[in-house]
Design a protein around this ligand. Structure first.
Ligand SMILES: NC(=O)c1ccc[n+]([C@@H]2O[C@H](COP(=O)([O-])OP(=O)(O)OC[C@H]3O[C@@H](n4cnc5c(N)ncnc54)[C@H](O)[C@@H]3O)[C@@H](O)[C@H]2O)c1
Length: 260
């Protein structure tokens, strides 16, 4: 069994998750990815994989059994998995509020908000507090959990796709809920050996249509989208000694998007 400090990383096979897994593994952590895909092609001694559908919250006891088989030194969890309808894969086209669909709403609330809260609850007894260093809970929010989407940046996409495109309400509302859960738990768990914080990434460049990239950049003080690697040091900070007295904060890594 790998005895290094272990961090559960949900959604570790996605855009941000994959980079985070490699980066934190290179810093000496044992990363345990929990994701829904059948397998993880980059699993190794320092990156373990549990295939699990985080929407199945009633089955978290079974998930905890798998975690205890992989580590006796759990020091952190990064709640990163979410439905993240992406401009680049053309999946955000149902965003009109008038067309808001109850099933989609429930799915997104379940994965983006309910799952991280119940995962933290289920993991609580598993954290290792014997070495007197704090355990780390990190929730991945979004700038859209701090400020609402500016729908103007989606208009250009609508023009090229021949339809109106909006960022749906589900995503920002669930992310704002997760931001409040972060602050709530920072207070609730603050004297029990935890730091509970969040990271709010700005939009990450990932081959989006140029019309979108330009519109996004124009609204960002730094005049460009983020690079995924620019999130990594903040993930590391929030999982390591540097954050031992940071609690209840949401760090925006957004080029200044939320500053004006
Ligand atoms: N990409 C961005 O620009 C951006 C910006 C701000 C915030 N974020 C946030 O960062 C996080 C990661 O985003 P990303 O762009 O890497 O997303 P992504 O869609 O690339 O990855 C999400 C991962 O979650 C997994 N997943 C989906 N449903 C699951 C389920 N039911 N059970 C277990 N795993 C499941 C997917 O398989 C995937 O590997 C999300 O919380 C997202 O909201 C992303």
């Amino acid at each position: 069994m790998n005895t290094n400090p272990a961090i559960i990383l949900t959604g570790g096979l996605g855009l941000i998750g994959k980079s985070t897994a490699h980066f934190l593994a290179s810093k000496g952590y044992h990363i345990i990815i929990v994701d829904i895909a059948p397998n993880c092609e980059f699993a190794s001694d320092s990156i373990s994989y549990i295939q699990f559908d985080l929407m199945l919250i009633e089955n978290y006891t079974a998930l905890m059994e798998k975690v205890t088989q992989l580590t006796a030194n759990l020091k952190g969890v990064i709640n990163n998995a979410a439905f993240n309808p992406k401009v680049e894969d053309n999946s955000i086209s149902v965003g009109k509020f008038e067309d808001l669909n109850l099933l989609e709403w429930r799915k997104e609330v379940n994965l983006n908000l309910t799952a991280p809260i119940f995962l933290i609850q289920a993991l609580l007894p598993l954290f290792n507090h014997t070495d007197a260093t704090p355990c780390k809970i990190v929730n991945v929010i979004s700038t859209y959990g701090l400020v609402p989407p500016n729908q103007d940046i989606y208009k250009g996409l609508g023009a090229i796709q021949g339809k109106e495109v909006f960022k749906p309400i589900n995503y920002p509302v669930t992310k704002a809920g997760l931001a409040m859960a972060t602050k709530y738990l920072a207070v609730y768990l603050g004297d029990r050996g935890f730091n509970v914080n969040g990271i709010a990434p700005g939009g990450i460049a990932n081959n989006q249509p140029q019309v979108f990239v330009d519109a996004y950049a124009a609204l960002t003080p730094m005049k460009r989208m983020a690079k995924v690697e620019e999130m990594m040091e903040t993930f590391h900070l929030l999982c390591s000694k540097g954050s031992d007295y940071i609690n209840g904060q949401i760090i925006a890594v957004d080029g200044g998007w939320t500053a004006w």
